[in-house]
Design a protein. Sequence first.
Length: 250
Amino acid sequence: MKGKLELLVDKNNLPAHIVIIMDGNGRWAKKKNLDRISGHREGMKSVRAVVKSAKDLGVKHITLYAFSAQNWKRPKVEVNALMELLKQYLLKEGNKLVENGISLNAIGRLWELPQDVYKVLEETIEKTKDCQELTLTLALSYGGREEIIDAIKKMISHGNIAPEDINQSNFSRFLYTSDLPEPDLLIRTSGEMRLSNFMLWQLAYTEIYVTKTLWPNFRKRHLIKAILNYQRRERRFGLTGDQVKKREVI
Ligand code: FPP
């Protein structure tokens, strides 16, 4: 059954791609006198709830910033726990993803992941590859600057692009996100106002929504609130409001 809030969502103006910086697991745990890993474990419940909700609402792409290139510098116990949680998620959720028509994708320096995690990730991606309802992309060992550097390396080793021929469209084909639409909505939980090296290229015209809700408390109603807020915005892509109203080419 649809809640009252969901009925307010304009299904013709859904963000096609929502990206989320899932922040606040540590603070959630601290408030409850628990260790940080308990916060991440609780955060997994939000991952499950939000992915299912996005699919039920009709969103086509969701990308979650699950582990940054900089997160490797966290204490070893925390890094190991996060890798283990990720592996458990993939092992447990694989079949549910298929049942829900959700295809899994991953971006980042995936080759830096522990071998066992990488293997389960690859298997889950393969298992879900024909699913059409929603694409769930996990950003793992991901950094926006690292992605741009990796794209430049690929472009140069590709060999046959003259500097004068480089443009935004052919450059973006070398990014990890080449198969994804540009994000329409970025949600960051726990109130911090920063990008933390996430999708630096892709977020150029993305609408940003920051909520004080800590990630482990984030559920479907919070996602709907973010979408409703997005639907009240006027996206201008550098044009004037009048131009947008007249529906001039964007
Ligand atoms: C940020 O909170 C969160 C992370 C670095 C990890 C996010 C991981 C999960 C939600 C669980 C595993 C994910 C998947 C997709 C299976 P923080 O630790 O920086 O929180 P703090 O700022 O309050 O300390």
